[in-house]
Design a protein around this ligand. Structure first.
Ligand code: 5GP
Length: 112
């Protein structure tokens, strides 16, 4: 199975601006930011989407929340940000390797 873009970034086969890394997660700046702060928090384990998470994977969500809190604070957006994951092509998912968008740095307004 061909590596996902994020597996290549995790393996340092593609460049990215890393802002956090531990054994289970990596966070990078999005290549096409939707806002002044747009960070992707990515599981190192290749999980296609949140819908495909197994019960054993679920503790990763707690860790994603903690990393998001810390990165929001570091980037000065802790009072206004969005943390979201797209699940499925029709929801806008383009990379089928679980990741969460942390978006902020401007007024975000309503979702739609
Ligand atoms: P999705 O559409 O799957 O929810 O989000 C994928 C995100 O990955 C998009 O926001 C896109 O801009 C970002 N992205 C795609 N390719 C790369 C890349 O090579 N490097 C980085 N840093 N971000 C990427």
């Amino acid at each position: 199975m061909e590596k996902t873009v994020f597996e290549k970034i995790i393996a340092n086969e593609l460049p990215a601006t890393k802002v956090f890394e531990n054994e289970r997660l990596i966070a990078i700046k999005d290549i096409a930011p939707a806002a002044p702060v747009h960070i992707l928090i990515i599981t190192k384990k290749r999980i296609p989407s949140i819908q495909k998470m197994e019960t054993d994977d679920l503790p990763l969500l707690q860790e994603v929340a903690k990393v998001a809190q810390n990165l929001a604070k570091e980037n000065g957006v802790e009072e206004c940000y969005r943390l979201l994951t797209n699940c499925g092509t029709d929801a806008g998912q383009t990379i089928f390797h679980l990741h969460f968008h942390l978006i902020g740095g401007r007024p975000l307004g309503p979702m739609a």
